[in-house]
Every structure is written in C-alpha cells, then in structure tokens.
Write a protein that binds this ligand. Structure first.
Ligand code: MN3
Length: 361
C-alpha cells in the first residue's frame, strides 16, 4: 500500500522478524526501525549497520516510533495489549491513528477515545468491518444511525458442534477460509472471540450501545459490514476480502485512490448468504457480548485471558474448547477489577494473564 501510494515512512516496527524488517527498512529508508524483542533488535542493528537507520527495541522503541515529530499518521498493527501504550503516545502527539490493533480499544476503549477527543487525535479504523462501517457512515448524520450490522465469516469451524471441536488442532484452526492473517487473530476467528472483540471495538469507535450492534454470519466475506438508519435503509460496503483496501482508506481518508486490491466481480460471485451466529458451540462471542455490558475491567480481563489461552493453544498446551473455559473462569473471577486509569487496566491485564496461566498449566 505504501509503495503504491508513494508515501514516506519515518519509522517501521516489528516484534521479532528482523530479516523481514531489514528488507523493508532498506526499501523505505525510515529514520528508525524497532524490534520489540531485544534479541531481534540486536540482530537488526547488525543487519542495518551499513545504513543510517537507527535501531531501537522494546516498549520505549515502539513509543518513540509512535510519536515522531515528522509523522502525521501512525498505523498501529501490533498484536494484542502491547499496542495500548504506543497508541496512547500517538494520541498525545496528536497523530492520525490508523488503528488495526483492536485489543487497545477492547481493553481501554473509554480512556483511549476520551484521550483522542481531548488531544484532537483522529482514530480511523483499519479492521475491515469497522472500516466498512466507517465508510457506510460517510455523508450521513450519525444521529440517524439505528444499528450496526457487523458481519462475521464464521471461521473455519462454522457448522461444527462443541464435541466435534474437542479434537480440532492448531493447523485446522489456522486455515481461515477467506482472510490471510496472523496466528492469534486467526484462532480468534475460529473461536468467534474475534467477533466479540470487534463488537466491543465498534461500541467505542462509533459510540453505540451493545443493543445497537447485531452480528450476522456471512460466510463469503464480501459484505464487510453494514449500517442501518432510522428510515430502515441499509448501506453496505462490499469488496474482495483484502486488507490492503481498509489499510489504504485509513491512510488516504477522506480521499480515495487507486488500490492494489482486486476489483469485485459480481459475475464471479455465487450467492451471498446470512445466518445467526452459533453462540452455543462458539460461546466466546456470547461471553464478549456479555462483558461488553458490564464495565469495570471486564473487557481487559477477558482480552488478557484470551491472549494467554490462545497462546497456549498455539503451543499445543491446551485444546480448542479450553480457550473458552479458561477465559470464562478468569472473567468470572476478575471482571470487577477497576479500570479508571491506564495503570489499572495494565494491572487487570497482568492479573488476568497470571490467573489464566495458573488455571491452564
Ligand atoms: Mn476484522
């Protein structure tokens, strides 16, 4: 997307993939490159020794990258709760934030949205559903918004029962039918926790109540979400399932530019179908919708527990159904922790992670 738009990159970050970050740093010549992982940062430093790119590491590095003077937009696509502090730094530096890191809004949505308002920082969604909703809201008065119709593919296990899910493996779960994404979000898609996180993300981004969001399973992932207005008119955003489109829209908004994502060919589409989400066999969605109504640290606790449980599933330490069971237990125990400051939220996250580890191992 960056190459296609011909944008300047002043900072670039990764967790631990130093070889790929080196390639990208050589291509885009940023001022700084950051690996969150210290060992990978040391490796990157050696790799980029012949360039003028400054290499940094850790949370400090991410925060510096997120608040550079010369940047006007920060695309935050780190995985999980790690994104919270850099996003807050970008808000305080009054950047436009293209937000792909949903966990930040899930854990601290009220504080983050309030800070964005106070500092005059713009938060634009990159998550494809939220980009779709944002696009459907353009040109309309948000007061006439009736509800948001949040679409879900249903993931690779759609149609399976809880007893069939007992034996699914990591490899089964990583085969997402429509989207190519990182392992954590792909597992979240398989459990439907991803849709639960997106439900909470949508509440914060668009200032709507849980009652104003309806989740609809749409296996083809062609409609990326819809908005229904008071006159019952529904506006949908459609496109090929390709993240480059929502990423680009957040970078060029309010303009639209030619995109490397493919055109949608209606003659190639079969039927577009819709169904209710199956929260009996995929209870993570129901749990998230419940936590969305509770306040306190409920969502941060659920998110922290889920990150750990998914991590353990990816290491073959627990089975697929245990993800929900662990998260449910931890949220029941810890959801009432306070969440009125970022420190409180980080603390609730830590407590949730610890308890999840101890329950699972
Ligand atoms: Mn999404």
């Amino acid at each position: 997307v960056i190459e296609n738009l011909g944008l300047n990159v002043c900072a670039i970050t990764a967790n631990s993939n130093a070889p790929l970050l080196e390639q990208q740093a050589r291509k885009f010549s940023p001022k700084i490159a950051v690996c969150y992982d210290d060992g990978a940062a040391a490796d990157l430093k050696v790799r980029l020794a012949d360039t003028s790119v400054k290499v940094l590491s850790g949370m400090e590095g991410l925060i510096e990258a997120a608040s550079m003077d010369e940047a006007d937009t920060v695309l935050t696509a780190v995985m999980g709760m790690i994104g919270l502090q850099p996003t807050m730094a970008a808000i305080k530096a009054k950047k436009r934030i293209a937000l792909a890191n949903k966990e930040t809004l899930v854990c601290a949505g009220s504080l983050v949205m309030k800070a964005a308002k106070d500092y005059g920082a713009e938060i634009l969604p990159v998550d494809s559903e939220h980009s779709a909703i944002f696009q459907c809201l353009q040109g309309n008065d948000s007061r006439s918004l009736k509800r948001i119709l949040l679409t879900a593919s249903g993931g690779p296990f759609r149609g399976m029962t809880r007893s069939q899910l007992e034996t699914v493996t990591k490899d089964d779960a990583l085969k997402h039918p429509n989207w190519t994404m990182g392992p954590k979000i792909t597992i979240d898609s398989a459990t439907l926790m991803n849709k639960g996180l997106e439900f909470i993300e949508a509440m914060h981004l668009f200032s709507v109540t849980p009652e104003q969001i309806k989740v609809i399973v749409h296996p083809q992932s062609v409609i990326h979400s819809m908005v229904e207005y008071t006159d019952n008119s529904v506006i949908a955003q459609l496109g090929c399932p390709d993240m480059r489109l929502p990423i680009q829209y957040a970078l060029t908004y309010p303009e639209r530019k030619p995109c490397v994502a493919k055109e949608l060919d209606f003659m190639e589409l079969n039927a577009l179908t819709f169904q209710e989400p199956d929260t009996e066999n995929f209870p993570c969605l129901r749990l998230a919708m419940d936590m969305a109504t509770r306040g306190k640290a409920s969502c941060a606790v659920m998110n922290g527990a889920n990150e750990v449980a998914v991590g353990l599933f990816l290491k073959d330490k627990i089975g697929f159904n245990r993800i929900y069971e662990a998260v449910e237990k931890v949220t029941a125990e810890l959801w009432q922790l306070p969440a009125d400051t970022i420190e409180n939220i980080l603390e609730a996250d830590r407590a949730a992670r610890e308890l999840t580890e101890s329950i699972c191992i």
